[in-house]
Design a protein around this ligand. Structure first.
Ligand code: ARG
Length: 458
């Protein structure tokens, strides 16, 4: 088949090169956006008098037909036509003759591919944003059901202080809320039109870039034609957003894995979202969470992959940039299915309230409350810390919990300790005493929930 550039060439392209350089096997995903872009470009060409109204009509009709053929799976994508842009253009010319042959006036595949990718990612960003909203809402619902479920909070994976399960889960909701902010910013930068930059330097023809930008819903026109065709920052932004979402998901996944172990027993995973072993009959494995954790590596890799591809690329378009697509498609697909899975699975997890509470009571989790009790009695914090440390050591030696010491025993460490100490030496008392904004008391968690709800309405 004749290439669009055949005029300059005496030989046919080598078969191996065709196989090596084709992108149609993956960039056919851009077909819808390629057609959208062509429609807008054709309308603009007619508007400024570069093509006639009859030609425009033929082009639009031809594009509609191609759209239908692709939707119905009847369109044949050809490797020798390299990419989605040439496949569609060629089909249009076959259908409409000279009208179709005018479509590429004042357009290059360089501004075309940048336009297609921006249109495509704009939609995907919105979808990811919606999925994050759904996940946050699910976390909120579970949190509301667990405003009285107490668990140990950890630092260094060592028991630290009692917290509400609601508080713990909402920490994840805030991560996903930040992911939404990042996507919003990415959308803003993606939503600018490169169309009309042509190959590199613009055109001598009287095109109207504002027209196509408006037609395609872009918020503005990229002011430098060289930047317009060589910029892939917006793709990196999407890859970074994806990497951050996966990082957050992998942390949640890790806790699901940990909490479902026999050692923790904080949760029971739903059978529907667990897998078995081919040899050990007793096993119930948290494979979905492990896969989310595992896939995070590949999504990070995609970011590094594109950054490395772009590193030191001279202006402007270089064919290297074709490598952006597989990375970004893979990231979008992986992040989407991971978000979908976790959002479905979370509401079906059973939390073992008793086990969590029991665990929160052990391990001297109220020691900090004891130190703060002494501070309230006027003891400098460093001293209070020292006294409490000694009490804990005493407990370890005696094999007792803090609340199992008698008042007489407490008095040996500080005369200021009174009977009211026992109120705070249990997980519930410790929680209720929390006063600071953003802390884990029920009252503060309620405030937090209202703030998150407000953020979700944006
Ligand atoms: N398939 C190419 C890509 O994805 C389209 C642009 C080709 N431009 C060119 N001058 N060869 O980047």
């Amino acid at each position: 088949m004749k290439k669009p550039w055949s005029g300059r060439f005496k030989e046919k392209t080598a078969k191996t090169l065709e196989e090596f350089s084709q992108s149609i096997s993956f960039d056919q995903r851009l077909w819808r956006e390629d057609i959208e872009g062509s429609r807008a470009h054709a309308k603009m060409l007619k508007e400024v008098g570069l093509i006639s109204n009859e030609d425009l009509k033929k082009i639009l009709k031809g594009l509609d037909e191609i759209e239908r053929e692709i939707e119905e799976g009847k369109f044949v994508f050809k490797e020798e036509l390299e990419d989605i842009h040439m496949n569609i253009e060629k089909a249009l010319i076959e259908k409409t003759g000279s009208a179709g042959a005018r479509l590429h006036t004042a357009r290059s595949r360089n501004d075309q591919v940048a336009t297609d990718l921006r249109l495509f990612l704009r939609k995907r960003i919105e979808e990811l944003n919606n999925m994050l909203c759904n996940l946050e809402k699910v976390l909120l619902e579970i949190a509301k059901k667990h405003m009285d479920t107490i668990m140990p909070g950890y630092t260094h994976l060592q028991k630290a202080q009692p917290v509400l399960l609601a508080h713990h889960l909402l920490a994840y909701a805030w991560m996903f809320e930040r992911d939404r902010e990042r996507l919003k910013e990415t959308f803003r930068r993606t939503n600018q039109s490169p169309l009309g930059a042509c190959a590199i330097a613009g055109t001598t023809l009287p095109i109207d870039r504002e027209f196509t930008a408006k037609e395609l819903g872009f918020s503005s026109v990229i002011p430098n034609s060289m930047d317009a065709v060589s910029d892939r920052d917006f793709v990196c932004d999407v890859l970074y957003c994806g990497a951050m979402i996966m990082m957050h998901l992998s942390r949640l996944a890790e806790e699901i894995i940990l909490w479902s172990t026999d050692e923790f027993k904080f949760i029971e995973l739903p059978d529907r979202y667990s897998t078995g072993s081919s040899m050990m009959p007793q096993k119930k494995n948290p494979d979905p969470a492990e896969l989310i954790r595992g896939k995070t590596g590949r999504v990070y890799g995609n970011l590094v992959c594109l950054l490395t591809t772009l590193k030191a690329l001279p202006l402007t378009y270089n064919r290297d940039m074709q490598e952006d697509k597989e990375c970004v498609f893979d990231t979008i697909d992986t992040v989407s299915i991971s978000l979908k899975l976790i959002t479905e699975m979370l509401p079906e997890i059973k939390f073992n309230r008793e086990k969590m509470k029991e665990s929160a009571e052990k391990g001297f989790t109220t020691a900090t409350d004891l130190a703060e009790y002494l501070v309230k009695k006027g003891i400098p914090f460093r001293e209070a810390h020292e006294i409490t440390g000694k009490i804990v050591l005493y407990c370890i030696e005696k094999g007792k919990n803090l609340n199992e010491l008698s008042l007489k025993e407490f008095k040996k460490f500080s005369n200021l300790i009174e009977n009211d100490i026992y109120k705070i030496l249990n997980a519930k008392g410790s929680l209720e005493e929390k006063k600071s904004f953003g802390s884990t008391s029920k009252e503060m968690v309620k405030k937090q929930i209202n703030l998150l709800k407000k953020a979700l309405k944006k």
